[in-house]
Design a protein around this ligand. Structure first.
Ligand code: UDX
Ligand code: ADP
Length: 456
């Protein structure tokens, strides 16, 4: 008999990997993941998982049908659960009041209503999705509007995993944050959630706070990380004007322990489902609470990010004699970062769309993200998706590196150069490739925050 039944509602990038690791580390808990999307659940039950993450398939193979189950029986699993993790999508609102900034909480509220409808015993409900501060209050009100006398304890347990390293992040987290109500029942619920993680996370890494601090910490952590990327990208523009080199600047600045070396890589800008959404969420909250100066400060992080992709395309145009019309451009990478097939908010989308507006013809290659790329580029003409990098780059006028996939370093650039139109250009939006070597082959190479190496 399982110690406890854990249910996760939402089988996406967060719920899927998180529950797989919980099942793996806690063999005496029964873990079920449900979703309204039947094909997603079918994929979790198949050999082709709906999410690509290094190491995930192995964890799922160990646990599936042992103590890890995927199902669409939402009513039955809600009834059975002791602890319910809510991990549904909370995108930025695209309509009505707060559109473009506030979080769209309709999926969360619908989930809460399902819990109320089907639950027939007390439950702990855990917020896993990123949410605006004080969502727990709204959730509590929806849950407690039931007339069945059932009690729900709400706990906030934000997820800090990064895609591409999700399994490693879950197995060895810097911290696990658990926020709850400051009542005896609230503390007991936090202890129950903590007990899950204590199966593999050292206790000193499990932090407990009040629920509002926990909700806000998730937004703040992402905002601080995104702000670092925008700060570095802003300086990359200055480097290009002054002859300084961004990698030299960040390597030297990052040696100061107070600054730290990580997360200082200049590039096309941040993507992913969290950073932009969470900052806009923070901006909305600040405006809502009458703090326009604070809101404007954080909004600038997003504006700078948009500017970085725009600036990159402008630099391309300038280098390619002010026109890319009818020129063929090979795009290496479409995912928002390496080691994931996820393209949500990928800067590649903005770059490709701008190039198409300039009437270029695009040939896109990505080792894992081609299916998502096709969806992102629906409605656009003159865009081709290639299963092989050499097909994508054959006969092109220019190459764009949009994602930092390490495998792009190992391509045969002499062969690629020989097959390209001349002059041959590389625009390395991730400062990934060996510039000197490429220049020696004959390429004109442009990076981010670096002096271009050109034959002109
Ligand atoms: C992020 C947070 O890191 C994670 O803690 C949170 O749970 C979810 O959001 P993720 O979006 O998966 O994770 O990836 P992350 O590694 O943070 O990268 C985000 C974006 O920033 C990527 O597009 C990446 O290419 C870019 N980035 C990151 C840089 O441009 N430079 C850097 O130095 C680091
Ligand atoms: P994240 O990156 O936050 O994990 P995803 O979009 O990858 O977000 O996953 C969220 C999942 O939640 C989707 O698979 C979606 O179908 C599911 N979902 C949304 N609303 C509900 C609901 N009311 N009940 C069950 N699952 C839901």
């Amino acid at each position: 008999m399982a110690k406890k039944n854990i249910l996760c509602i939402g089988a996406g990038y967060v719920g899927g990997p998180t529950m797989a690791v919980i099942a793996d580390k806690c063999p005496d808990y029964r873990v079920t993941v449900v979703d309204i999307n039947q094909s997603r659940i079918d994929a979790w039950n198949s050999d082709k998982l709906p999410v690509f993450e290094p190491g995930l398939a192995e964890v799922v193979a160990r646990c599936r049908n042992r103590n890890l189950f995927y199902s669409t029986d939402i009513p039955g699993e809600i009834k059975r659960a002791d602890i319910i993790f809510v991990s549904v999508n909370t995108p930025t609102k695209t309509f009505g009041y707060g559109a473009g900034k506030a979080a769209d909480l309709q999926f969360l509220e619908k989930t809460a209503r399902s819990i109320v409808e089907y639950a027939d015993s007390d439950k702990i409900v855990v917020e896993k999705s990123t949410l605006p501060v004080r969502t727990a209050q709204a959730l509590s009100r929806v849950l407690h509007a039931n007339t069945k006398g059932i009690h729900f304890q709400i706990v906030s347990n934000p997820e800090f995993l990064a895609e591409g390293t999700a399994i490693a992040d879950l197995e060895s987290p810097d911290r696990v944050l658990i926020g709850g109500m400051e009542t005896p029942e609230g503390r007991k619920a936090m202890e129950e959630v903590s007990a899950i993680y204590e199966n593999w996370v050292p206790k000193e890494r499990i932090i407990t706070t009040n629920i509002w601090s926990s909700e806000l910490t998730k937004l703040v952590s992402n905002a601080l990380l995104a702000q670092r990327v925008s700060s570095v990208n802003s300086i990359s523009a200055l480097c290009e004007r002054t002859g300084a080199d961004i990698d030299q600047v960040t390597a030297a600045a990052g040696r100061d322990k107070r600054i730290g070396a990580r997360f200082l890589k200049a590039g096309l800008g941040f993507g992913g489902s969290c950073f932009k959404k969470d900052i806009l969420n923070l901006v909305y909250l600040c405006e809502h609470y009458g703090l326009p100066e604070v809101a404007a400060y954080w909004e600038e992080v997003v504006k700078l990010n948009d500017y970085q992709a725009k600036r990159f395309v402008e630099n391309m145009l300038g280098a390619m004699f002010n026109t890319v019309a009818d020129k063929r451009i090979g795009v290496l990478g479409f995912a928002f970062k390496a080691d994931t097939g996820d393209t949500r908010e990928s800067p590649a989308i903005a770059v490709c769309r701008q190039l198409l507006e300039e009437h270029a013809e695009l040939f896109i290659y990505d080792p894992k993200a081609l299916e998502n790329a096709k969806q992102d580029m629906i409605g656009y003409q003159k865009v081709h998706f290639c299963e092989d990098p050499y097909d994508a780059l054959k006969g092109v006028h220019a190459i764009v590196v949009a994602t930092d996939w390490q495998c792009f370093k190992d391509l045969d650039y002499q062969k690629i150069f020989d097959d390209m139109e001349k002059p041959a250009f590389i625009f390395d939006g991730r400062n990934l490739l060996d510039r000197k070597k490429l220049f020696e082959i004959g390429f004109n190479i442009y990076g981010i925050g670096k002096k271009p190496l050109t034959k002109f």
